[in-house]
Structure formats: structure tokens, C-alpha cells
Design a protein around this ligand. Structure first.
Ligand SMILES: [Fe+2]
Ligand SMILES: [Fe+2]
Length: 167
């Protein structure tokens, strides 16, 4: 996408653009989650992140399916937003001076990732529906539900355990 070219002319272009953006984001999340799992101290946090890593790997495959259904090549384009969120997560993990505080920081960072994904998938589902692609919308909705569930689990874990230990 050139800075001065207008590659996004209609809703379908926008849909494809954001599909490529979230494809990049999901692949980066797959690359970065192992570091977070390794650094997590709470067994529940470790386990929650591990199961979401497996879910995320399946989400990458699901996106490939959506590309295929639209007869376009699965392509990732840089997503500065997820780079920023993951970069910040790495910083806070390395700067945290103790297991409990690192877990609290990491849980919040993981939630920032989920919130980004929820925003993106929410728009993608709506656009797929507008474009008359209920088949694509249904697949993307599956991922959206997984992201929401992951966020909810993290909220619960933070309230029940992580934040109490960090306080
Ligand atoms: Fe995801
Ligand atoms: Fe996620």
C-alpha cells in the first residue's frame, strides 16, 4: 500500500485490506505468545495463554480459508498497531521487577491484544455481511467469539488472582 496511492476505493477493498492487516496481526501474536507463556509465573495465566496460542494458530488457518473463499491470495500487510501493542508488552515484561507484577502487566497487555482483535473482527464481520458474504461473516464471527472469551477469561483471572497477588 503506497502512501500516496488510493488502493481502497470501496467496501470490498477495505474488507480485503483489513483481512490482510489482521492476518499479519494474528501471525505476530503466534510469534510473541510463547515468550509471554514462558515469562508468566501464574500456572493459570500460563495455561490460559497456551490455550489461546493454540486457538490463535487455528485462527490463522481460518483467515486463510476466508482469503480462499474470496479467491484472493492470503497476504499479510504490516500492521503498526499490533507491532506497537506487542512491543509495549515486551517492554513491560522485561521491565517488571518481580513475578507478581510481571503477571499483572502481562495480563493487561494480553487484554490490549484481545481488544484490538475484537475491534478488527467486529468490523470485518459487519463488512462481510454488508458485502453479502454471510459465509465469511460466520467464520470471522467464530474468531470474534474466541477473542471475546479470551478477554473475559483474562479479566476474571486478573480479578480473582493476578491483581490481588500484585497488590
Ligand atoms: Fe486472534
Ligand atoms: Fe486473541
Amino acid at each position: 500500500m503506497g502512501l500516496f496511492s488510493k488502493d481502497i476505493q470501496n467496501l470490498n477493498d477495505l474488507f480485503v485490506h483489513q483481512l490482510q492487516d489482521i492476518f499479519y496481526a494474528e501471525k505476530e501474536i503466534v510469534k510473541n505468545l510463547p515468550m509471554m507463556i514462558e515469562k508468566a509465573s501464574s500456572p493459570e495465566l500460563k495455561q490460559g495463554l497456551s490455550s489461546h496460542l493454540r486457538e490463535t494458530e487455528a485462527q490463522v488457518e481460518r483467515l486463510k480459508q476466508v482469503f480462499e473463499m474470496n479467491e484472493i491470495k492470503a497476504k499479510a500487510i504490516d500492521c503498526p498497531a499490533i507491532d506497537g501493542i506487542l512491543g509495549e508488552a515486551k517492554d513491560v515484561v522485561s521491565e517488571a521487577g518481580g513475578d507478581e507484577i510481571r503477571d499483572a502487566a502481562m495480563t493487561a497487555a494480553a487484554q490490549a491484544v484481545e481488544h484490538y482483535e475484537i475491534a478488527r473482527y467486529g468490523a470485518l464481520v459487519a463488512w462481510a455481511q454488508m458485502l453479502g458474504r454471510d459465509d465469511c461473516a460466520a467464520l470471522l464471527q467464530e474468531t470474534l467469539e474466541e477473542e471475546k472469551a479470551a478477554d473475559k477469561k483474562l479479566t476474571q483471572l486478573a480479578a480473582d488472582q493476578i491483581n490481588l497477588r500484585a497488590a
